[in-house]
Design a protein around this ligand. Structure first.
Ligand code: PEP
Ligand code: MG
Length: 569
């Protein structure tokens, strides 16, 4: 049994399908030259990623060696890390990519060989050993660079996907009908890969250390997305037990009634709405009793293609969702790329820290043609129902003003072509601590807020939401995060604005008393969580939840908050 992070609930049973081809299994294309600035940029990004992954491996090896053997032996790997981060070596590789247009694997091999060769030629054992070290490090890096992914369409039905790393767009290519479960070595609870797996209803366990070493193609695997356990080649007893659990779990989920609104025992109604990524998910949202959409992540319309969708294509997609909800609100978030959702064709250059770089609204403000096209499509779709527009990753007042200015221009351009659109409710996400702390100023600019706890927790706690190495420190129930939510809700209400929450905290049924007591007006989540969340809210008294939250805000850490929450019910 291997242990990872319980990411998407449910039980998956099936044969292991290794998504990555190891080097040697496929032609690496080493002699291939790169064409054009986009390919060069993509190759530089691949190099950075491979350097990061190789360094992480070496750090783990050093730790393990220190524990199992000795500090002195661990020093070998520390020296390897130094080589991997050596500025001259990296600059040499980059130059080969940029100037000679060689691919990254070839560039690494050539630079490493030049250095190793000159050491090996010296008549000194120490230098000769160093040459061997250089070749070893380069080999590790080349292996990372020549690992290729099999295309999602080749996955046989009923398989358990096993991979080192999965991107959100790769995950989006899977479906519940064909994939029984997902297990990866990297990732955390609220990275976008996790969110997509949950949205698709595919059981997933991420951050499973040692997975690739242990799993073999064709092994029978059990993925327990609720406990974070991954069993490889389980015994027949365990297999039977899990098969029964799976049947019971699925039957139970279907049985929960989902009619009527979510209303606390003392009469406070809270709107429960769905997080979706595309029109195809509307059906599942309606089946689970969604009263609208609280977060339409439009960036998924922009992924897995070579150029952004045009105004007409976007209009069709938005209009379809808005019309299906027949007057119920549909909050559409404008393009939120960057961070762990890169869009290579935007050619935006490289960020050392993508989550702190050009992402979300920041990126849209630098690419106004793409932004305005989306806004026009949204304004046109607003004529077909109750569409609301929401901006992601807002940090400063000027950003929201600038976004509204571009929206006004889009509206004028539509009017000039004879299309008058009435006022559309406009809101912003609160997912940066600065925005939460400035909520009283920002509230005057918008009609609503929606709190994105995934990013808010990441930025408040300085913990990368997708990094399994620090996942133990990531918890949206941390009192520091709760205080920011509390400040935000109070500020919004002071100005008569409604406030929702659309991060993954909204899918945590155990957090229901907290969500109610914070005074949220709306909670948006993956559709499958709507019925159990409704059931939980209907059992809570709002005035008691208020008192509970006042107490939670004074607690020292997330463990205490979670303990108090489980005592409350
Ligand atoms: C969030 O950050 O909580 C959020 C809902 O946005 P995303 O997960 O898409 O970054
Ligand atoms: Mg976010």
């Amino acid at each position: 049994m291997l242990k990872g992070i319980a990411t998407a609930p449910g039980i998956g049973i099936g044969p292991v399908y290794l998504l990555e081809l190891k080097s040697g299994e496929e032609e690496t294309g080493n002699s291939q030259l790169l064409y054009g600035p986009e390919e060069i940029q993509a190759e530089l990004t691949r190099l950075e990623e491979a350097l990061g992954r190789a360094k992480r491996d070496l750090e783990e090896l050093a730790d393990k060696t220190r524990r199992d053997i000795s500090e002195a032996e661990a020093g070998i790997f520390k020296a390897h890390i130094l080589m991997l981060t050596d500025p001259t070596f990296i600059a040499g590789v980059k130059e080969k990519i940029q100037v000679e247009k060689k691919n990254a694997a070839r560039a690494v091999e050539e630079v490493a060989e030049a250095i190793a060769g000159s050491f090996a030629a010296l008549d000194d054992d120490l230098f000769r050993e160093r040459a061997a070290d250089i070749r070893d490090v380069a080999g590790r890096l080349v292996a990372k660079l020549t690992t290729r992914m099999r295309p999602a369409r080749e996955v046989p039905p009923g398989a358990i996907i096993v991979a080192g790393e999965l991107t959100p767009s790769q995950t989006a290519g899977f479906s519940r009908d064909t994939v029984a479960g997902i297990a990866t070595e990297t990732g955390g609870t609220t990275c976008h890969t996790a969110i997509v797996a949950r949205a698709l209803g595919i059981p997933a366990v991420l951050g499973v250390r040692g997975l690739l070493d242990q799993a073999r193609a064709g092994d029978t695997a059990i993925i327990d997305g609720s406990s974070g356990a991954v069993y490889l080649n389980p015994g027949s007893e365990l297999l039977e037990e899990y098969k029964k659990k799976k049947v019971t779990l699925e039957a139970g989920r279907l049985n929960i009634k989902c009619t009527g609104p979510a209303r606390t025992r003392d009469g406070r109604q809270i709107e429960l709405v769905a997080n979706i990524r595309k029109a195809a998910e509307v059906k599942i949202a309606l089946e689970h009793g969604a009263e609208g959409v609280g977060l339409f992540r439009t960036e998924f319309l922009f992924m897995n293609r070579e150029e952004p969708p045009g105004e007409e294509e976007q209009f069709q997609a938005y209009q379809e969702v808005v019309a299906a909800f027949q007057g119920q609100p549909v909050v559409v978030r404008t393009l939120d790329v960057g961070g762990d959702k890169p869009l290579p064709y935007l050619n935006q250059g490289h960020d050392e820290n993508p989550f702190l770089g050009l992402r979300g609204l920041r990126l849209c403000l630098t690419r106004q043609e793409i932004f305005k096209t989306q806004l026009k499509a949204l304004l046109r779709a607003a004529l077909y129902g109750n569409l609301r527009i929401m901006f992601p990753m807002v940090t400063a007042l000027e950003e929201i003003r600038e976004a509204k200015k571009i929206m006004a221009e889009a509206r004028l351009e539509l009017e000039a072509s004879g299309l008058a659109v009435s006022r559309v409710e406009t809101g912003m996400m609160i997912e940066v601590p600065a925005a939460a702390l400035m909520a009283d100023i920002l509230a005057r600019e918008v009609d609503f807020f929606s709190i994105g706890t995934n990013d808010l927790a990441q930025y408040t706690l300085a913990v990368d939401r997708g990094n399994e190495r620090v996942t133990g420190m990531y918890d949206a129930c941390h009192p520091a995060v709760l205080k920011l939510i509390d400040v935000t809700v109070k500020a919004a209400h002071r100005y008569g604005k409604w406030v929702g929450l659309c991060g993954e905290l909204g899918s945590e049924i155990q957090a229901a008393p907290l969500l109610v007591g914070l005074g949220l007006d709306e909670i948006s989540m993956s559709p499958v969580f709507i019925p159990p969340m409704k059931e939980a809210i209907n059992k809570i008294a709002y005035h008691e939840a208020r008192k509970l939250v006042r107490r939670l805000l004074e607690l020292p850490g997330p463990q205490e908050v979670r303990a108090a929450l489980s005592e409350f019910t």
